[in-house]
Design a protein around this ligand. Sequence first.
Ligand code: HEC
Length: 107
Amino acid sequence: MKINILWPILFAMTFTPAVVGAGEDPEFGALFIAPGVEETFYTCTACHSERIVAQQGLSRDKWVDMLDWMVEEQGMQEIEEPDYTVIVDYLSEHYGVDRPNFPAPMN
Ligand code: HEC
């Protein structure tokens, strides 16, 4: 394939162009593209980078604790259903203890 002007643009839009095809979408930054990514991205990036989320690897219980801590100590609005379950499902499936989607270093 011919190298063209698009490549520098792709580089600028994503942290790790090599993994875009493997589940990342520049629109959702470092987050793995799967059901729930949109709810998770918009809820959590209101305050901080999605990378702080993506670098975690927690069990479902620990994610629930983490979200409680966001609400109790960090000023996050409680997340209403059905989004709450969607987000906890998304986080525990894609950012579980085996860290299947640990982000590549930003450079
Ligand atoms: C109202 C603002 C706010 C929202 C919304 C928010 N957070 Fe946070 N979050 C914070 C702050 C502030 C910190 C930094 C706390 C610290 O390190 O003292 C933080 C830190 C974190 C950390 C890092 C914890 C650690 O041990 O370093 C994780 C993981 C996290 N948030 C997950 C989430 C997730 C997942 C969501 C969305 C469901 C979310 N946050 C939404 C404010 C928020």
